[in-house]
Design a protein. Sequence first.
Length: 155
Amino acid sequence: MTLRGPLARNGWGAWAFAATLACSRGSNTETGDNLYGVMPRNVKLTLDQTRGQWQQRFIVEAVERKSRTNRIRNEIPTAGYALLHWQGSLTLSNAVTWHFGIDNVFDRSYAHPLGGAYIGQGTTMTNPTPPNVPQWGTPVPGPGRTLWTSLRVRF
């Protein structure tokens, strides 16, 4: 479910808001086990600002803990989390737009519910040797703070 709408227009530009809520639930009717790879409830809140050639967006992404896992595939539970992302763009001309942003602004450590798990054992995945090696069933961590940029040229 998504809600969108303009919020205001003032000296700081035009503001808009969007909210997306997603939830799904499934189970195998023969075994009674949960389905594999089902994302837990999550919400994405977006605040947009446009002022002339400048646009920016603040995104809050919140995901509930994953506790409904598939036993047969050894799916592992993950903790809930919330992340803040920031994106901006500057239109330099009719043909050139510069985009940039910071994902996971506060560099929060988290495991995405569908991100998988370390399945290797021993020293095949990291160095130094144990006990610093991820153990089987450890969720793969999500990306940390990421700064990115791109230039879009139309011709």
